[in-house]
Design a protein around this ligand. Structure first.
Ligand SMILES: C[S@@+](CC[C@H](N)C(=O)[O-])C[C@H]1O[C@@H](n2cnc3c(N)ncnc32)[C@H](O)[C@@H]1O
Length: 306
């Protein structure tokens, strides 16, 4: 099993780990980041989340070889606050989100890949009922069009949605290459090979199946309430929609609330809550890009709780 952790050194530096600190890895995956956090905390604690059971099972075993100051939750990170509270944790010193899918999820026939022929799936949480097959065979034309447009910025969202609705009347849509063929028919072979709209369509389906953007918005708000003063929020995103959410979130909380702007004294609750550490997002170095081309769209943003 081959796994890469994107922007690992930059994330770990960004967390500014204290030996006795409490840290959260919201997206444990195959524990590349968690392993390094665990090595650096001596009297502290690591709490890690993933909703993928395979990732949790692997990482539990793996991290046991590194130390014992950790707890793994097989859970969506939107439950972070309640799960931590169940362990008596109200405040933490750093929270890392390394969003998106892991290279293992892409490579291990989980129906995420438009490069191979697999059964469509795209669930990060294998116990979830709703998957890509259900989505493609039950969503209306309008619903499909909307998600392709909103979550994939697909320029021919209408044609592709229409073709899916037509084709599924003939045969249920169950395979990744079947879907690629439908997209090709919808946009024409020339356009397909020129602009590869399947990338964006697959991204949109994945976001919808896993409710990725709504979950992220809620989790960022929770993260803010969990961070101690000087606690770090470190987020790696892999596409512009995620990055926009993170950028706007950090901007919003690093400014004085507009309601009270201009008052001689700003009441405490309206003061900025975050200091942005990365004025511009950090991107993978040329060396990292050479080693792992999948990191090319990664952007890292870091902020500190005031
Ligand atoms: C890019 S990988 C993380 C890789 C990890 N940093 C490492 O070093 O191995 C993202 C992981 O986050 C998990 N994930 C994505 N969204 C999640 C959510 N809402 N709740 C919990 N886990 C989530 C995925 O299942 C996946 O394993």
């Amino acid at each position: 099993m081959k796994h890469y952790t994107v922007l690992k050194n930059e994330c770990i530096d960004g967390l500014a780990i204290k030996k006795d600190g409490i840290y959260v890895d919201a997206t444990l995956g195959y524990a590349g980041d968690s392993e390094e956090i665990l090595r650096r905390i001596k009297r502290g604690m690591l709490f890690a989340f993933d909703k993928d059971l395979d990732a949790v099972t692997y990482s539990l075993d793996h991290l046991k070889k590194v130390g014992d100051r950790f707890v793994i939750f097989h859970s969506d990170y939107i439950n972070m606050k309640e799960m931590l509270a169940s362990k008596g944790i109200e405040k933490v010193d750093g929270i890392l989100f390394d969003l998106g899918v892991s290279s293992v999820q892409i490579d291990e026939d989980r129906g995420f890949s438009f490069m191979r022929d697999e059964k469509l799936d795209m669930r990060m949480d294998q116990s979830q009922e709703f998957d890509a097959i259900k989505l493609l065979n039950s969503y209306s034309y309008d619903e499909l069009r909307k998600i392709f447009f909103q979550y994939g910025e697909v320029s021919k969202a209408n044609c592709i949605a229409k073709k899916i609705v037509d084709e599924r009347l003939k045969e249920k849509i169950v395979g990744t290459q079947q879907l690629c063929d439908i997209i090709k028919m919808a946009v024409g072979a020339k356009e397909f090979y020129k602009s590869h709209p399947e990338r964006q369509v697959f991204q949109a389906i994945r976001i919808e199946v896993n409710n990725e953007l709504e979950n992220l918005k809620k989790a960022l708000e929770d993260a803010l309430t969990l961070l101690n003063e000087h606690g770090r929020l470190v987020v790696v995103t892999f596409h512009s929609l995620e990055d926009k959410i993170v950028k706007q979130f950090m901007k919003k909380y690093s400014e004085v609330d507009p309601i009270v702007k201009g008052l001689p004294s700003i009441p405490y609750e309206y003061r900025p809550k975050l200091k942005i550490i990365t004025k511009k997002a950090i991107k993978p170095s040329d060396e990292e890009l050479r080693e792992n081309s999948r990191s090319r769209s990664a952007k890292l943003r870091i902020a500190e709780r005031i």
